[in-house]
Write a protein that binds this ligand. Structure first.
Ligand SMILES: [Zn+2]
Length: 244
């Protein structure tokens, strides 16, 4: 704590102002990043639905196929029943015993086919029943996921609103911090902060720049001790303040 006080006493007033501004700008930058990342989180939340949606679609498609098969079997049964009816009409009209017998054999053949087709239809209908249960289950899972995703999206929206509010507050307070800073130092700081991901104003400790971690030349240290203006690191350009 004592060391911090010593630094503050020897620090140029511009440096103190810029450090306060920088602290604020770093918070603003973090909030802006958080705000920018929220749509990515929303998109990620929505991808959870993809699997469940695909399962519902597949189950529904399968049931449609079974329904088509049932319709086709029903049509086959109908065709044979029409044939049976036609043969029975012919049987009714014929007076020849041989022909009557032959038609009877045909009728029996069609009836056996109808029985086999009816068995098949029953099988398909059982399959459809199982398919409908599977579809219902898949829809249930989708509804659960949808509810969870909706909850996540709601909390993300709330977070976005909170971050936006804090950002607005920080920006409003920033205006007050900028006002007393001279245009020259402010301009230099603004240009540097836009280019550097971390900081524009850094400490020089043991002759090492806190930004690029390079050793500065002795002239830079002398300038920091004597100059009334701002001194920059000759390697990275960041504004330096001396910590001794
Ligand atoms: Zn540097």
């Amino acid at each position: 704590m004592m060391r911090v006080c010593a630094i503050i006493r020897t620090m140029l007033p511009q440096i103190t102002q810029l450090l306060q501004l920088q602290e604020r700008d770093q918070r603003i930058r973090a909030l802006q990043k958080e705000l920018k990342d929220i749509p990515k989180s929303e998109a990620l939340a929505k991808t959870q639905l993809a699997g469940d949606l695909a399962a519902v679609e597949a189950a529904s498609q399968k049931n449609k196929e079974i329904e088509v098969r049932i319709k086709s079997v029903e049509l086959d049964i109908q065709t044979r029943q029409n044939s049976i009816k036609r043969l029975q009409d012919q049987q009714f009209e014929t007076r020849k015993n041989e022909e009557f017998q032959a038609l009877g054999v045909e009728v029996q053949r069609y009836q056996r086919e109808v029985t086999a087709l009816e068995d098949k239809e029953l099988e398909f209908m059982e399959e459809l029943e199982a398919g409908k249960a599977a579809l219902k289950e898949a829809q249930g899972r989708l509804a659960e996921t949808q509810a969870r995703v909706d909850e996540e999206l709601k909390s993300l929206a709330a977070r976005a609103a909170g971050v936006q509010k804090r950002l607005d507050d920080e920006l409003a307070e920033r205006a007050g911090l900028v006002a007393p800073i001279e245009p020259g130092p402010l301009d230099l700081y603004t240009r540097l902060f836009a280019k550097k991901p971390d900081a524009a104003v850094v400490a020089l400790e043991n002759g090492i720049c806190g930004g690029c971690h390079m050793k500065v030349v002795i002239g830079t240290i002398q300038a920091l001790r004597q100059s009334e203006g701002l001194t920059q690191c000759e390697s990275c350009g960041r504004i330096l303040y001396l910590v001794e």
